[in-house]
Design a protein around this ligand. Structure first.
Ligand SMILES: Nc1nc2c(ncn2[C@@H]2O[C@H](COP(=O)(O)OP(=O)(O)OP(=O)(O)O)[C@@H](O)[C@H]2O)c(=O)[nH]1
Ligand SMILES: [Mg+2]
Ligand SMILES: [Zn+2]
Length: 292
């Protein structure tokens, strides 16, 4: 059996790496979705093309979804790096959603606070660290991709890592520093002020060494969690876990129920208010979906 690795996707087109050479993939027959990180069984067609026969079972798969569609992002990951920065337009909900995604798929997250060379980054980083590192115990690395990106290297060795984040946070800049041959296009910061434009348009996996790689993907503005089950949602909040058995009702979803241990922890400021507000907003949406 010949097996290759999907290293890039362009719309419905894929590039497959097979024996150190890249091929354009042809997919035949039933409409199957593939994604960067997939190991695939293939047949060689010629010097430039392979046919994908099928996907080898994935160890994990991350995707986002809203009420009418879902989009797969990457598979077979060891780590998700969530890249945030004070500029151009940091969105706290986006960070929270990425963390939920990592918790749900049981892939270790690392939060990289990029652009630490900007003076306004210090206060921004301190606020994030107080909640996400000191309270929630997520790993955080402060970085300036343009000055000291090599600090990131120890976190990448031996792992398959995905960079995710809003547009303009510096994912491609990091990719180019770590894998200089990547030549990923990066955007001018001014362009992000008219939001909605992305510099990177397709996900691509780059090798760091024989068993470490890094996937750069297009910036996202939203990270929909519509696929999450409401009854499991609270478990993806590390700060809520210890309270989950303590509610009056054992099917409590921690919104309006009486004697809810999670809400009591919010009132006594043990659980961060903004994190709970994020929980409430998403949980109310998930509730509509299921008509609980
Ligand atoms: N000051 C500063 N600017 C940075 C840093 N890292 C990236 N930038 C700038 O931020 C802008 C956006 O960087 P990109 O790497 O294109 O961002 P991206 O996350 O790949 O954006 P999309 O591809 O649209 O998702 C560029 O102008 C970079 O030069 C940094 O550490 N410090
Ligand atoms: Mg980019
Ligand atoms: Zn409760």
């Amino acid at each position: 059996m010949q097996t290759g690795l999907i290293i890039s996707s362009y719309g419905r087109q894929f590039i497959v790496e097979y024996q150190n050479k890249n091929y354009q993939a042809v997919t035949k027959g039933k409409k199957t979705e593939f994604v960067v990180g997939d190991k695939v069984e293939l047949k060689l067609i010629n010097d430039e093309q392979v046919q994908i026969v099928q996907v080898i079972e994935r160890e994990n798969l991350i995707y986002r979804s809203d009420h009418n569609r879902s989009k797969i992002i990457a598979s077979n990951l060891d780590q998700i790096i969530i890249v945030v920065a004070v500029k151009p337009n940091f969105n706290l909900s986006f960070l929270n959603s990425c963390l939920i995604c990592a918790e749900e798929s049981q892939i270790e997250p690392l939060i990289v606070i990029n652009k630490m060379d900007l003076p306004e980054s210090t206060e921004f980083a301190n606020k994030l660290k107080a909640v996400f590192n000191e309270q929630l115990k997520y790993q955080i690395l402060e970085l300036s991709a343009v000055d000291n990106c090599e600090q990131l290297m120890p976190y990448l060795i031996g792992k398959r890592t995905l960079l995710i984040g809003q547009s303009g946070m510096g994912k491609s800049t990091i990719t180019n520093q770590i894998c200089p041959e990547a030549g990923a296009r990066t955007g001018e910061i001014t362009k992000y002020e008219n939001s909605g434009c992305h510099t990177t348009t397709n996900a691509t996996l780059y090798h760091i060494d024989g068993n470490s790689d890094l996937t750069d993907c297009p910036g996202l503005q939203e990270f929909g969690l519509y696929h999450i089950e409401l009854t499991q949602f609270a478990e993806y909040f590390p700060e809520m876990r210890e309270f989950l058995g303590g509610c009056k009702f054992n099917n409590c979803v921690h919104l309006n129920e009486p004697a809810c241990a999670v809400r009591q922890a919010v009132e006594s400021k043990i659980i961060d208010q903004q994190r709970y507000e994020f929980y409430q907003r998403i949980a109310n949406n998930l509730k509509l979906k299921k008509n609980y």
